[in-house]
Design a protein around this ligand. Sequence first.
Ligand code: HAM
Length: 424
Amino acid sequence: MSSTLQAIRGMNDILPQESRAWQFVEDSVRSVLESYGYREIRMPIVEKTELFKRSIGEVTDIVEKEMYTFVDRNGDSLTLRPEGTAGCVRACIQHGLLHNQVQRLWYTGPMFRHERPQKGRYRQFHQVGVEVFGLEGPDIDAELLMLTARLWQRLGLQQVTLQLNSLGTTAARAAFRDALVEYLRVHHTRLDEDSRRRLDSNPLRILDSKNPEVQALLADAPVLSDYIDAQSREHFERLCSLLDAAGIGYEINPRLVRGLDYYGRTVFEWVTVQLGAQGTVCAGGRYDALVEYLGGSATPAVGFALGLERIIALLEQQQTAIPDNDPHLYIVTVGEQAQRHGLLLSEQLREALPALRVMTHCGGGSFKSQFKKADRSGARFALVLGDDEVAKRQAGLKALREELEQQTVGFEALPGRLAELFDN
Ligand code: HAM
């Protein structure tokens, strides 16, 4: 059977038994975002390669080695989006959404990165991204963090902690970068191969190194916060005080730099220790220079993206109760008349009670085998119809998960009785 077709490594099917958790997270995210007035934007999954090179940065891991890039039939270089910010900015510029306007936007969908697959890290994964354009103060940074905190609360997630840092302006970062490179050059023999390579291309990423030897070396290295410009420092202090006022705990992590080039000033990550190495469930920050860099007029911007696979893994890990969407009612029919009538009756019930979830047995079989299926469907009640019942225009209502005596209910009284039972 080795020729059986399989999904591509790192790209997962989401099976029926898993999709409920996805819907629960997606619905909760949407409802929280709407409660803050954010509107959805939908962008294509494929964009010109150039867009990602320019926005994420030529020497980032993503652009250097993780993009799914191909030449299409017109000879254009295209890329499956590795993230959503670049496409969102492109769309806003293209459609003139940023002219003296504030935009609070969100999107969701698959992203693609050719990373080494492992738990929590996939080649196709899903993000919900949130981007705000046109606001430069720390109040909007705080709003985004309050929104994420509310989301964890809504989902029932525990033990996610907020790490916060400020990268300062581009100039401040450049000065820090120079100082860091100078320090690391002096000690370059203690760097591993990866860090040595980054020393020329992207030295700030060395701060993220997991190598204990490199981390030890960094303990005495220059720290970014010493290079931060006064305005960025004030922005950061005001953000911290807004978070304090809102009761949102955070940890200032001076080593937090993020892997994409477009950030400046505020950066943050929500992390958990419960998912092993891939513990960042949500990450983002300010990118005030990107809109102008991509050809729009200068527009401050801030946003984040959360990784849906990781959120769902965490829900599972924490055994969070997820409301089910099993049928309320499973219609069991034995006999020709009953089968016919079962289909019609279920339509009438859906008409009368639009929120009712009714599954009608199809495919015949004995009462016993149908009850087995009713039970497996997760339904709370079975509605039992035989030819006799149809003749009398009544049905048996049998609880499948509670100790309740079977009741006989006339067809006319059924919608009212079911509405009572299911609070419809
Ligand atoms: P990012 O840090 O690259 O940022 O990704 C955001 C989140 O997506 C991560 O924290 C993680 O939860 C999830 N994620 C990333 N890569 C993978 C993967 N291979 N497998 C599973 N989950 C993954 C961005 O993408 C920025 N666009 C965020 C942003 C929006 N910044 C400003 N606006």
